[in-house]
Write a protein that binds this ligand. Sequence first.
Ligand SMILES: [Zn+2]
Length: 244
Amino acid sequence: MQSVITLVIGFVTSVLLWFFFRPPFGKNIVRLSTDQRIVALTYDDGPSPPYTDQLLDILAKHNVKATFFLIGKRIERHPETVDRMIAEGHQIGNHTYNHPVLGFLPPFYVQRQIERTDDLIRQHGIVEDIVFRAPMLTRFLPVAYVLAKLDRTHISGDVWSWDWTTQNPDKITETVLKKTLSSTESGSIIVLHDGKAENKNANRSGTIEATDRIITALKQDGYQFVRLSDVRRAAISDQQSAVR
Ligand SMILES: [Zn+2]
């Protein structure tokens, strides 16, 4: 009898944990739905001068457009960098106001983080839908709930550069190219960082150098680079969190 109770408690706990960490509702995009050779470069935690500006120089050199998930507090600090991103045709996304571990916070707080940052982005003249990515990709129950309530999608990614653990350009380039080229499906969303949460002095030279090499290599392989909105507008299928 006791073993049955233990089993039941174990099962119920697993279901609750699963429901919290991988809520089976709402939309979570991990990859662009396409049969073409396209990829989306995404950068989190900026704007973070001078690195973001150096990165924008590299993207301009290759005529590649990317998507930047910005931290609200940093938008307030570096409005000129945001204006440059927009002027050069990049897409702006929301990455909360001050980068908390959103997945463990109450829904009202999650919503405030999102809406406060939306307002800051809108002040830069953005009128279209704003994409959202939770810090550390913590799309847990409170985040999924608020996004569903606001009828919004979470943007994850399928190629993690791990550039938050190393700034060695060789390693970042190798990680990204290996995952992107070995993927049997097209439309990878590549996750990189031009900033580092609240640390304004974080060096991002490795990510910038790696971006130069990644673009060169993928272009040689026939890949094109898109912003997230380029493909979503043209019919991209959202994927459930289970694909994450
Ligand atoms: Zn982040």
